[in-house]
Every structure is written in C-alpha cells, then in structure tokens.
Unconditional design. Structure first.
Length: 248
C-alpha cells in the first residue's frame, strides 16, 4: 500500500482508478480503493476501530443532474438504517460522525441516526456562492449534522457552523463536494493518527482532503470501497473509504 510522503504518488493515483476487490476476509487494508457494498464491507471491520466518520450518503431524492447523471441507491431508503447501524458499531466510543443529508428526507435520516445510537450535537450549513435548481426557493446551501457516539469531549479548536462551499463543477460526480469544505471537518473532529471512515465515497473528495492534510504534516492515509456497477455514474468510488492520519 502507498504511504503518504513515500514517493509513491503515482501508485496511489492508479489505485483510485483501478479499485481492488477483496475476498470475504476482515478488512485491514489502507491506502487502497476496495469494491463492494458499504454495509457488507463495514461488517468486516472491527468494532470500535474508527476515530471519525465523514460521509455524504445519497439524499433519497431520485436526483438527476442537468447532464442526466444519477446517484446510485438514491431512489430508496433500504440501505439507510443498516448502513448507519454499522457506522455506529465501527466508530469508537466518544467519537464524532458528520453526515450530509437530504433535507426533504430529514425524518428518515434522523430516525436512522437515533436508531443506530447516535446523538445529534450540532448542525453545519455549507454556504454556496451559486444556486442549484430552484423550486419554491433557490437552493443555495448544503447541510450536515454533527453526530456523537457516547460522551464526547469538546474539540480543541471548534469550527464555525457555516462553511463556504465553492463550486466543484461536478466533474467527477453529480454531487461532488469541495475539498476545502471537508478539510476543516477532518482536522477538527479526528484525532492525530486517527482513522477516518467515509462509507459513501462519491468523487473521493475526502481522500483528497486527507492527502492535503498530509502535506501540512497531518499525514492521512486512506482506503476506499467502491460499489459494483457505479463506474458509469462516477469516475470515483461511491461507497466506503477509510483514511488513517499518521504513519502506518
């Protein structure tokens, strides 16, 4: 596996383009893109093994972009409770999860979070400089909840609950998130040398954010999981990824 700062940048890039499929064994790989359903893959991870979860799941809105692209599993909520149940299981006690969500389905998301055992401890608004398609209102923000497992300590350097959200152009994924909006979340809520899990990989923005933090001496490494059949919808994985900050 490639490690941050070891001169194997091209190898890491190849892994993003060509994800590996693993046999049905416990998952310990890092710095690799792995293919499979995120709920099934998380079942192969150890309990209490993850320090922070940052995830952007389907919003359950049957999204279709202007170019006709869609998001896998955005047409049903069958995956929602099982996925968050596994996220809570693999997350360490006294740790955080940041989850984007679809505001029109907040009842389903909140029910899934609470059923899994998460507590809602904060809300983050991502302020756009542009409007997505308007209906009753122009859509000029994204949103996420800050969730906690157990009793959590306050972050050493709290971040604002309104974060700028520059336009990515959605070149790699129909709902691509900007790296600059994700970096402060990892820095604030994941301890040094911790492991970050994103069960819905999308364009891989969290991977890029972690690698950028490595250049500033925070040193993440990562593993990603890709859902079968998603290649036609996105050039990056659409299920799980893990990022370790620090040497491995």
């Amino acid at each position: 596996m490639a490690r941050p700062g070891n001169g194997q940048g091209s190898h890491r890039h190849d892994q993003l383009r060509h994800p590996r499929q693993l046999p049905d064994l416990p998952i310990t790989a890092r710095n690799a893109v792995l293919q499979g359903d995120c709920t099934a893959l998380m079942r192969r991870m150890e309990r209490d093994s993850v320090d922070f979860i940052l995830t952007d799941p389907p919003y359950i809105t049957r999204y279709r972009g202007r170019d006709g692209r869609t998001v896998a599993n955005d047409d049903n909520a069958r995956w929602l409770k099982p996925a968050f149940r596994e996220m809570h299981r693999v997350l360490k006690p006294a740790s955080f999860c940041v989850s984007f969500y679809g505001w029109a389905k907040i009842d389903l998301f909140a029910a899934a979070w609470r059923a899994a055992g998460f507590r809602i401890v904060g809300h983050i608004v991502f302020r756009k400089s542009y409007a997505s398609p308007a209906r009753f209102l122009p859509y000029e923000h994204e949103q996420a909840y800050l969730l906690a497992k157990g009793d959590v300590a306050l972050p050493a350097q709290p971040i604002p609950d309104v974060i700028d959200f520059p336009y990515t152009g959605n070149r790699l994924h129909p709902t691509q998130k900007p790296v600059t909006a994700l970096k402060p979340l990892i820095a604030a809520f994941c301890p040094r040398n911790g492991l970050v899990l994103d069960p819905f990989c999308g364009s891989g923005s969290t991977l890029v954010a972690a690698r950028a933090l490595c250049k500033s001496r925070r040193c993440p490494s990562w593993t990603a999981h890709r859902s079968p059949g998603s290649a036609q919808k996105a050039s990056m994985p659409s299920h799980t990824r893990c990022l370790r900050r620090g040497a491995i």
